[in-house]
Design a binder for this molecule. Structure first.
Ligand code: ATP
Ligand code: MG
Length: 278
């Protein structure tokens, strides 16, 4: 009979992000298996401690924080202006994005009071600012925000209930330049995050209709959209635009080839991708 890891051993190895090769190993005896487990655990603990040591001695900041700084530099160099908007979002603002009772995303919204939610996305706030900025600034107007968003999620390794969104928008560019600009901006973000292999795939989003997804293998890193768009109407916006939203934890997962988003989440159990109960 083939002997596999016990459930407890498998869980422990998975917490260290051991790959499928390792998790699916088989053994000829329980003695051999248990000896292998102890050796492997020792190696994984040593590697995790080394990573924590690197954080303390060299980088000082976790990957997610460093990535955020690098993205801010890259985007501001490309002419984008950073904005910072409230985390609490009104029901009215969500309704302007069609996120009402009938919308799938509505059930994922955390309400702090009858009319206030924790924002599930940044786009409504960016729309709000753009109405004024389009009046005040010459076009194109290019802004971005990086900040926490919240969604009730029941799905596992790629979803968090609190995650960090990067949303960028450029409004007032020539219609025919939208597609090439979207590709250029997707490349800027993904490459700044240190990801080499990615693809653009057209898809359809419940909020934006036709969209483009930026994917790395099976993992969605971000979604992009273009306007003029029906959602612009309530804002009185008639400009051509491109926009992209990325999850920073997803970018970190792809950059580190991790299969567990929790390692890069805001967390009490993980620091810079390392499980602390080692
Ligand atoms: P998915 O289909 O993977 O659930 P989505 O299409 O609902 O994601 P978008 O609304 O397109 O997500 O949000 C833009 C980006 O924000 C996503 O591409 C992803 O990188 C990130 N993101 C969205 N929801 C989550 C989440 N719950 N946890 C972590 N990242 C998320
Ligand atoms: Mg999406």
């Amino acid at each position: 009979m083939e002997i596999t890891w016990t459930n407890a051993q498998k869980q422990r190895l998975a917490a260290f992000e051991a790959g499928a090769d390792c998790l699916n190993k088989t053994f000829s005896s329980t003695v051999e298996r248990n000896r292998s487990f102890l050796e492997l655990e020792k190696e994984l603990v040593a590697a995790a401690k080394k990573q924590l040591c690197r954080l303390r001695e060299e980088t000082k900041r976790p990957l997610l924080s460093r990535m955020e700084s690098e993205l801010v530099s890259a985007l501001t160099r490309a002419g984008f202006v950073q904005v910072s908007t409230p985390i609490m979002m009104s029901r009215r603002l969500l309704a302007r994005m069609n996120i009402t009772e009938k919308h799938r995303l509505f059930d994922q919204v955390y309400w702090v009071s009858k009319n206030k939610s924790l924002r599930p996305m940044l786009a409504p706030n960016l729309y709000y600012l753009l109405v004024d900025l389009l009046r005040l600034w010459e076009k194109p107007v290019s802004i971005f925000e990086i900040g926490s968003c919240f969604r009730k999620e029941s799905r596992g390794a790629q979803h968090l209930s609190e995650f960090t969104m990067l949303n960028l928008v450029e409004m007032g560019l020539p219609l025919e330049q939208r597609w090439s600009r979207l590709k250029e901006l997707a490349a800027l973000v993904v490459e700044t995050a240190g990801i080499v292999r990615y693809e653009l795939v057209t898809a359809s989003s419940e909020v934006y209709g036709e969209t483009v997804d930026v994917v790395c293998g099976e993992l969605e890193l971000g979604s992009g959209a273009m306007g003029p768009h029906p959602l612009d109407i309530p804002w009185g916006i008639t400009e051509n635009w491109v926009g992209l939203g990325f999850g920073l934890e997803r970018l970190a997962m792809a950059a580190r080839k991790s299969n567990n988003i929790k390692s890069y989440a805001k967390s009490l159990s993980y620091l810079d991708g390392v499980r602390l109960n080692i």
